[in-house]
Design a protein around this ligand. Structure first.
Ligand code: AMP
Ligand code: MG
Length: 415
């Protein structure tokens, strides 16, 4: 067995490609049936089909009058012969020549009518209407034909779709009161470090509260996983090994700390002793350079498990989570494989890049409608949790450039 970890530091894009490739090859997760109201944030494991045409009838999109467009345009007065409201059906037979039927938004357009003229576009006198001066009307105007949105039997949602408000409303419209969704992967969270204390203890001056486990648990839940927080692992081989063995019971293992070059950074060594394969042992990025990604082999009844060794500095921990863990975890939850959420915004100020490193710095996106802009948040480096919380995104400064100027369009990472 190898005794030293083979150092393999890769470029940011290579690391991300590697994660996405492995994500694409994952087995399909098992499923469970949940009531529709519990499906928010879960990933659909079935096809949802329209159980009837949508709309189920020719639907008026306006309050107005159902007419024959040609008659309305001809300028003759049309006699209003009745009214049809949403939830009603017109029972007076096909629309007769010279007639109009008052209609409300969402009501079925009576047979024989081919358009709806808006109430604002007509002149009324007594029981008759006339198209207003200068108004026009096309056949089909203000009418959504039956089945135009979906026809009975059409697949409207497919497996792998994340269920949020839009999808849940559509499933409800198709009569689904429960759905088959993928089970959430369990994600073990192990913080390592002799300096760490749990929240219920008062830290001595030289001690640090274990904030990473809590931050990671929140991020895991939002990315579709079920967080399993394990006890703090001290920087000793036996303790690390014992807690990593415990962590293997979960579907994915997240470790924080102990992956740098220090004498007490033992995480990789212990993983290697357990037979781990390493896809990379570092990424040319800042913060987050020491991040490690690999796989522990199957052992006894326990299948092989992917693991990430995230750097302990809290901003590094969270940035590397968003970049690498989140895409893998979403795929493990059954969602279609997708990278981190990169969009673009206009830089508000000059910023320095760093040759050879992908910088991913805490930043604040301002949501101007016309030109969304972004500025860096002042920070004291990758331990600065307060700066990370003042940020609402990260500015992504690629390694090829040394300077980014105010007004440049840059990539940002949404979180
Ligand atoms: P390490 O990656 O183990 O060298 O840790 C780097 C620094 O990150 C440490 O000096 C701690 O201050 C901080 N740190 C490590 N683990 C945690 C944690 N679980 N919660 C908060 N801060 C941490
Ligand atoms: Mg440490």
């Amino acid at each position: 067995m190898e005794t030293a970890v083979h150092v393999h530091v890769v470029a940011f894009d290579e690391a991300l490609d590697q994660v996405l490739q492995l994500a694409a090859g994952l087995a399909v997760p098992t499923t469970e049936i949940l009531p529709l109201l519990d499906c928010g944030g879960r990933v659909l494991a079935q096809t949802v089909m329209a159980d009837r045409d949508q709309p189920p009838f020719d639907r008026s999109t306006r309050d107005g009058f159902a007419v024959r467009a040609s008659e309305a345009v001809a300028g003759d007065g049309l006699t209003v012969v009745g009214q049809v409201r949403a939830g009603e059906r017109w029972t007076g037979g096909a629309l007769k020549t010279g007639a109009a039927i008052e209609i409300m938004t969402g009501a079925p357009v009576p047979e024989g009518a081919d358009a709806v003229v808006m109430v604002e576009h007509v002149e009324r006198s007594g029981g008759a209407i006339r198209l207003g001066e200068g108004r026009s009307l096309q056949v089909g105007e203000n009418v959504v034909p039956r089945g135009a949105e979906a026809q009975a039997g059409n697949a409207v949602l497919v497996a792998g779709t994340m269920l949020e408000g839009a999808e849940i409303a559509l499933a409800a419209a198709c009569g689904c009161s429960s759905l088959s969704v993928y089970r959430r992967p369990r994600v073990a969270i192990v913080a390592t470090g002799d300096e760490l204390v749990e929240l219920h203890r008062t830290p001595d001056e030289q001690q640090i509260r274990n904030s990473n486990s809590y931050g990671l648990a929140a991020l895991v839940a939002r990315a579709g996983g079920e967080a399993v927080r394990l006890p703090i692992a001290p920087d000793r081989r036996e303790d690390l090994e014992r807690i990593i063995q415990e962590a293997r019971a979960s579907d994915l293992v997240l470790l924080s700390g102990g992956v740098s070059m220090g004498e007490y950074d033992l995480v990789e060594e212990v993983l290697l002793s357990l037979g781990a394969e390493f896809f990379f042992t570092g990424v040319k990025m800042q913060p987050g350079k020491p991040v490690v990604f690999g796989k522990l082999p199957a052992s006894g009844d326990t299948p092989a498990r992917f693991f990430f060794g995230l750097p302990g500095n809290p901003v590094s921990t969270q940035v590397t989570f968003h970049c690498f863990v989140e895409p893998l975890l979403r795929a493990m939850s059954g969602a279609a494989v997708q990278g981190p959420r990169f969009v673009q915004a206009t830089l508000e100020e000059d910023v320095a890049g760093k040759a050879g490193l992908m910088r991913i710095l805490p930043a604040r996106l301002t949501s101007h409608r016309v030109t969304p802009t972004v500025r860096l948040v002042g920070w004291q480096g990758s331990g600065d949790l307060a700066a990370n919380a003042r940020a609402n995104c990260y500015a992504v400064l690629p390694p090829e450039r040394e300077r980014f100027a105010a007004g440049d369009l840059i990539t940002i990472l949404l979180r």
